[in-house]
Design a protein around this ligand. Structure first.
Ligand code: URA
Length: 250
């Protein structure tokens, strides 16, 4: 994207935000409140059904306007917005039931996910699939699975702040469109990014948090469990809390 296109997208996004503010009776110069972000329409008291503009001005207008997941995927396109794009094979958008009651959010695609274009299909993914199928007695297709960022970092290094910032508006919109009853944040990156905190996962896990009106359960990442199988018991406790909240039989 060149500077002119970037500027145009900013203007379009600003206009969309101003229109939304006007429609929802907000002062034009009011900053969006934290809970305007990603709140699914049916959870919002009053106001229009439009996407709440919990975005910065760089969020492309097409992302805000996306009315379903295929439209959102199309809006992301062949993304070149961050420095990860030259190294990827596939952009890993997310997979599962577009109306899922439960969404799992991981960190970033690894090698297997990059090659397949699907999240959590490697060794950590097999463990997550077992948690879903053997533990929760659900099918992978019943839930939705996504990551904080959609492209593989080189050598599986941690996602960097600029990469998270570029990609986060897509996940925000994705979660708003799915409007799940609960989110499970898998590992440090997912939990800290979604909750905007630096608190370590060891202190966050097992305690319900709030993601713009959606209950969020932080737990350990399946890759951590592969290295520390003794902590599977703790993850199972967290997952059982989620099952209770969703009214799933145990
Ligand atoms: N780890 C993640 O966080 N996400 C994936 O998709 C795979 C491994």
């Amino acid at each position: 994207m060149n500077d002119r296109q970037a500027l145009l997208e900013m203007v379009i996004a600003l206009r969309a935000r101003l229109e939304w503010c006007r429609e929802n009776g907000m002062e034009i110069d009011a900053a969006p409140r934290a809970d305007d972000v990603a709140r699914p329409p049916e959870r919002r008291a009053g106001g229009s059904d439009a996407a709440a503009p919990g975005f910065d001005l760089l969020t492309p207008a097409a992302v805000l306007a996306a009315a379903d997941l295929p439209q959102l995927r199309a809006a992301i396109g062949d993304c070149t917005r961050c420095k990860l794009h030259p190294g990827r094979t596939n952009l890993v958008f997310g997979v599962g039931n577009p109306s899922a009651e439960l969404v799992f959010v991981g960190e970033a695609p690894g090698r297997d996910e990059d090659l397949r274009g699907e999240p959590f299909v490697g060794r950590a993914g097999q463990l997550l699939t077992e948690i879903i199928t053997k533990g929760m007695k659900l099918r992978r297709e019943d839930v939705y699975i996504a990551n904080i960022i959609k492209c593989r970092p080189p050598q599986n290094r941690n996602p960097e702040p600029d990469e998270i910032a570029s990609c986060e508006p897509f996940l925000v919109r994705q979660l708003a469109l799915i409007a799940p009853k609960a989110i499970v944040a898998l590992g440090t990156f997912a939990a800290q990014t979604l909750l905007k905190t630096r608190t370590p996962i060891t202190r966050l896990r097992g305690i319900w948090a709030d993601y713009h009106g959606i209950p969020l359960m932080p737990t350990f990442h399946p890759a951590y469990l592969l290295r520390n199988p003794g902590d599977k018991r703790l993850v199972w406790e967290d997952i059982q809390q989620v099952m209770r909240a969703l009214g799933l039989p145990r």
